[in-house]
Design a protein around this ligand. Structure first.
Ligand code: 3HC
Length: 284
């Protein structure tokens, strides 16, 4: 199947990044969010990211304009009707994703693929909310999408080989590397990563070191590009908590128990970079 038009659902940090790399790959993109203001914000994020590439000499100004012109604002899921693929990047709440999948299943052409950028929710369950479980798949991008190379591809129980091949090809067209993974809680990326982040939060909670100290140890000692606490701030502490809860419920193992401090930060609205405060303060 040739995918030329995609609908990206959710214009937040992941959705806008996905829309950007899809448009960079030459695809026509509908960038959807419930409110027009959110779509506008997503578009601004894309412009900023593309400008970075222009300033680095990796992209010309006219190419940037052409990429932006391939992205159309959308506030209606009916736009799925024009697309061969839908990539959902809404918040990590099953109830919300369920509604989106049920609705988009009504509008998307019968042969279209419905992909989800979920970071840990079961693809098999998402597929069950549609009449096309063979054409539902996980397409898990990494943050920041424009620079990270991996896309973890998750096959639900019913996902067909044709769907997998089409999405692996699309991933490659976007300049990314597809790596396949089974539909297990947290997949591979978050099952491994979030345990490290949670452990770092426990260390901070216990007063073992400062946030900067913990991050410096992992950066200088392990050559990680970012420390676990600054990475948690980048991902969003609400997302980190949601993934740990999926892991804890999915495996029933106390090793995934979220640190109480993480829960408290989320309750306080300290969600990381996006709210200006997390383990670090970004309110300049
Ligand atoms: N758009 C365009 N370019 C961007 C960008 C963006 N949004 N963000 C960063 N860049 C570019 C910079 O311009 C720079 O380009 P250059 O190499 O040509 O100079 C390059 O990326 C590196 O950026 P910086 O110099 O500003 O900073 P760093 O060297 O620290 O790199 C980073 C930034 C790429 C984010 C790096 O710190 C990193 O790799 N961090 C780890 C990120 C990570 O682990 N992501 C996965 C999170 S888990 C996840 O997403 C799964 C989810 O389910 C939770």
């Amino acid at each position: 199947m040739n995918i030329e038009k995609v609908l990206v659902i959710g214009a937040g940090q992941m959705g806008s990044g996905i829309a950007q790399v899809a448009a960079q790959a030459g695809l026509q993109v509908y960038l959807y969010d419930i409110h027009r203001a959110a779509v506008t914000k997503g578009r601004q994020r894309i412009e900023k990211s593309l400008s970075k590439f222009v300033s680095k000499g990796k992209l010309r100004e006219d190419e940037k304009e052409a990429i932006l012109a391939r992205i159309q604002d959308s506030t209606s899921l009916e736009d799925a009707a024009h697309c061969q693929c839908v990539i959902e990047a809404a918040v990590e709440k099953m109830e919300i994703k369920k509604k989106i999948f049920q609705e988009v299943d009504q509008w998307a052409p019968q042969e279209a693929i419905l992909a989800s950028n979920t970071s840990s929710l079961p693809i098999t369950a998402l597929a069950s909310y549609t009449e096309r479980p063979d054409r539902v798949i996980g397409m898990h991008f990494m943050n920041p999408v424009p620079v990270m190379r991996l896309v973890e591809i998750i096959r639900g129980l019913a996902t067909s080989d044709e769907t997998y091949d089409a999405i692996a090809n699309l991933t490659e067209k976007m300049g990314k590397v597809a790596v396949s993974c089974k539909d297990i809680p947290g997949f591979i990326s978050n099952r491994v990563l979030q345990v490290m982040i949670n452990e770092a939060i426990w260390c901070y909670y216990e007063g073992a070191a400062t946030a900067d100290g913990i991050d410096s140890i992992m950066k200088l000692g392990m050559n990680h590009p970012m420390g676990p606490l600054e990475l948690a701030d980048l991902i969003g502490l609400d997302t980190v908590l949601a993934i740990l809860e999926v892991l804890q419920e999915g495996y029933g193992d106390p090793k995934y128990r979220p640190c109480p401090l993480l829960r408290q930060y989320v309750q306080a609205g300290y969600l990381g970079r996006k709210t200006g405060r997390g383990f670090y303060n970004y309110e300049a």
